[in-house]
Design a binder for this molecule. Structure first.
Ligand code: 5GP
Length: 191
């Protein structure tokens, strides 16, 4: 059976970097492109990093049932996973990955309990703060908001099947790749 892996973890833990490195190593793994109401950051391409949509369009996607899950993230913008692309890729036997927030992961789990749920943790909370500040893409208020979300999210790691500690990137990529490509759920959690 084709595997769907749902990856979540606190902000700035390096999920984006991890997923990019995984796709470079293994382009056969499909990554869902989310819809979002936030504006593109410099360098972000519509349809590649996100589907950037208006608030109205996002509401229409919800009404039509186009989204497998959606959530308001960091109390600001809405993000959601287009359902059709996930179903098509799984039906075609393509190993698939969702990189979404915790609320979204919980919704997908309710709909697809057979997927594998993976939580990415920082080596320490201090390191998470360093990564968040170092990224420099958010202003002070936004950074504070995201840190608060991160603290709450860290407590949810026990809901997941597997925890990957994102310390050494290569090691973390190898762990994630094995999980996406390996059939069946590992037994017990933290496998
Ligand atoms: P950013 O704005 O930094 O690209 O993403 C902010 C957060 O939105 C990240 O934690 C990311 O996991 C989450 N996110 C991205 N796409 C989705 C989605 O489709 N659904 C949900 N629930 N969260 C998403």
């Amino acid at each position: 059976m084709t595997r769907l892996v749902v990856l979540a973890g606190p902000t700035a833990v390096g999920k984006g970097t991890l997923v990019r490195a995984l796709r470079e190593r293994n382009p056969d793994i499909w990554l869902s492109v989310s819809a979002t109401t936030r504006s593109p950051r410099p360098g972000e391409v519509d349809g590649e990093h996100y589907h950037f949509v208006s608030d109205d369009e996002f509401s229409r996607m919800i009404e039509r049932g186009d989204l497998l899950e959606w959530a308001t993230v960091h109390g600001t913008h809405r993000y959601g996973t287009p359902r059709a692309a996930v179903e098509e890729n799984l039906a075609a036997g393509v190993p698939s990955l969702l990189e979404i927030d915790l609320q979204g992961a919980r919704q997908v789990r309710a709909a697809m309990p057979e997927a594998l749920y993976v939580f990415v943790e920082p080596p320490s909370m201090d390191e998470l703060v360093r990564r968040l500040v170092g990224r420099g893409t958010e202003d002070d208020l936004e950074r504070e908001r995201r840190l608060r979300t991160a603290e709450v999210e860290m407590a949810a790691s026990k809901e997941f099947d597997v925890i990957i500690i994102n310390d050494d990137l290569d090691t973390a990529v190898s762990q994630l790749e094995a999980l996406v490509l390996k059939p069946g759920k590992p037994r017990g959690n933290r496998g």
